[in-house]
Design a protein around this ligand. Sequence first.
Ligand SMILES: Cc1cc2nc3c(=O)[nH]c(=O)nc-3n(C[C@H](O)[C@H](O)[C@H](O)COP(=O)(O)OP(=O)(O)OC[C@H]3O[C@@H](n4cnc5c(N)ncnc54)[C@H](O)[C@@H]3O)c2cc1C
Length: 276
Amino acid sequence: MDANSSTPLNSYVTVYTDAPPAETTSAKAAASFKPHEVAYNDLAHDLLVRAWTHFDRLSREAGDACGVRRQTHWEASSLPKEKQPYFSVVEDVQLLERPHVPGGYAYGWRYTTFFIDTSVYLPWLLGQLSRKGGEVVYLRERLDRMEDLIQLPHPTIFNCTGLGARSLCNDANVYPIKGQIAVVAPEPAMDWSISADGFYVYPRRADTIIGGTTEPHVYTETVDRAALGLLIRAGRRILPHGLYQMSEHACRWNLTPGLDQRGRVAPAHDVGSSDK
Ligand SMILES: Cc1cc2nc3c(=O)[nH]c(=O)nc-3n(C[C@H](O)[C@H](O)[C@H](O)COP(=O)(O)OP(=O)(O)OC[C@H]3O[C@@H](n4cnc5c(N)ncnc54)[C@H](O)[C@@H]3O)c2cc1C
């Protein structure tokens, strides 16, 4: 739950969880602002507009401190790509062609959207919650059944359990999507990001994320080296120098886990998602 809401209810918010923010799926997100894996209908549009207004306010009021920033993003492709419905929500949308598209791609939609650096954003949210009088209760065990939720001593309960909702709510429509990314050294000069041909490069303050695989209904969190190799090769089109360094780090990581903080390869993670 976003504890930054200006509603007076803030002081009464209690978050129940079995894991600290750094261990959630949210901590592993890349995380760009655009709809993904969801049918674009009126509801999705309305949520997107509200979320845009919210992140716009956060980025203006809290700036770097909250880890939310506006950034130029490219959706590049080798073949022409249709205008997307969410282009009416993001800003400064333009279609450009080679040679004005990074990576030598033939086509590129360029627009401004939000990026959320979750390593900054999640601790910031926690700070906001505590500053406004809310609290976090760390559970020894997960809540097992809906009855456990209903018995909590609160008049209103928001269920934000992500993939955990599959078993908590006995809802088979919620399933995992396994996503693998590589986390490499920061690119301080790169003030834009790109997704193209199924991969993406997202610079952040302390690192750069090269993504990403998506495997629906896969529950394992094991690293797939073949997928990692593909990411590294694809990423070279955008960052030839940075990725040369990364592939060294990747090899070292595979042989000796946890060697260094800068050029590490992130393990695969499960992504909670709703079936649409
Ligand atoms: C590699 C990767 C890249 C991604 N990139 C993007 C992106 O660019 N943009 C984007 O929008 N999304 C992205 N995502 C998806 C995004 O991370 C998730 O959709 C989002 O984090 C889900 O948030 P959540 O709060 O619903 O769930 P979570 O972050 O999983 O939080 C759920 C919380 O509920 C707790 N919980 C669960 N079950 C129980 C229970 N039974 N009892 C008590 N507590 C429970 C958990 O411990 C956790 O604290 C990415 C994901 C991955 C893995």
